[in-house]
Design a protein around this ligand. Structure first.
Ligand code: EPU
Length: 302
């Protein structure tokens, strides 16, 4: 979608927004898949309510992208513009056992930065691609921990009230890969409270998680992490593996040989290739196990 209204274009700089016309979502997502649209890079949180009022008043549909690491976007010209926070410098400020982190901060770098300040707890998230905002929205977790456990406050734009609000942790519920945030809430920043631990101890935990991840997941390849959620008490990866589906492909969309719940883009896969592969695997798992797998990856199919 192109923003062609001169009034909208003229208002953007004052709101701290940079327009990058005709951007490829394939370059903004870890799967390397997705069509083109105008990208609006947001440089100041305070301008967000006015920006969204402007877009709504002028009939410009939009969606919000964080690090694009858990996202499968459709092919071709997309019917909405993309909003993305620009990363400020610094993006993480430590105060005692609290870390005030911008939503655009890189998740892995934040884990390391906090570790260097003797704040641990998030070791399991090392190696998970994406931003703090994305991790927060879907309550990213691994190796027995989830980010929600450490959240004290979240600063966000709430479309319902059309303003920036601060929510305390007891006003948010964090479940397995799910939170109580509304779909049109935009994460802006978070205050984490983390356990004090010596750097060396945190580093040892980080190393263990890194090794486990390297041994079981296809880290060097383009993927969106796990495609399906684990059904209660079961593992989607194990079920797909048991059906002998590793290596199954539709075009360049392929089930990883290393982990059967990772579907990789082995070259120039399209969204349609990936969606066909996902539908085929869901059907096969349903036939074999009677289980309806749910997407873990967020799908934006126009
Ligand atoms: N397994 C197989 N074959 C496979 C993959 C897994 O037999 O191809 C078996 C493993 O041997 C193990 C079991 O299935 O016995 C579980 O596998 P794993 O430990 O890899 O964990 P997972 O349940 O597949 C979950 C998360 C990952 C997270 C890891 C580590 C989900 C959907 N996945 O995977 O998160 O990194 O645990 O904690 O919850 C993601 O969210 O995108 C993601 C990758």
């Amino acid at each position: 979608m192109r923003i062609d209204n001169p009034k909208v274009i003229a208002a953007l700089p004052e709101l701290g927004v940079e327009l990058r016309a005709s951007s490829a979502l394939a370059n903004l997502t870890s799967l390397g898949i997705g069509g083109t649209t105008d990208l609006l890079r947001i440089k100041k949180h305070d301008g967000v309510p006015e920006l969204l009022n402007l877009l709504d008043a002028n009939g410009v549909p939009y969606r919000f992208v964080g690090g694009g690491s858990n996202l499968l976007v459709g092919d071709g010209e997309l019917p909405w513009v993309i909003l993305q926070l620009a990363r400020p410098e610094p993006d993480c400020v430590i105060d005692g056992t609290f870390a005030q982190v911008d939503a655009a901060a890189d998740l892995g770098r934040t884990v390391t930065f906090c570790a260097k300040n003797d704040l641990g707890g998030m070791e399991g998230l090392i190696g998970v691609p994406g931003t703090i905002g994305g991790a927060l929205r879907m309550n990213a977790g691994a190796y027995g921990m989830q980010i929600g456990s450490y959240v004290r406050e979240v600063k966000l734009y709430r479309a319902a009230g059309r303003k920036i609000e601060i929510l305390r942790h007891d006003q948010i519920s964090f479940e397995y890969r799910h939170t109580s945030f509304a779909h049109d809430d935009m994460m802006l920043a978070v205050k984490l409270e983390l356990p004090s631990k010596p750097f060396k101890e945190i580093l040892a935990g980080i190393r263990i998680c890194n090794e486990k991840r390297r041994a079981s997941q296809p880290l060097g390849q383009k993927s969106a992490g796990c495609i399906f959620k684990n059904p209660p008490g079961a593992s989607a990866g194990r079920m797909i593996d048991e059906l002998g589906l590793k290596g199954l492909n539709v075009g360049d969309a392929r089930i990883s040989d290393r982990h059967a719940n990772f579907f990789v883009n082995a070259g120039t896969a399209t969204a349609n290739d990936m969606l066909s592969l996902i539908a085929d695997v869901r059907q096969r798992v349903h036939t074999a196990f009677g289980v309806e797998l749910e997407h873990e990856v967020v799908v934006w199919n126009a």
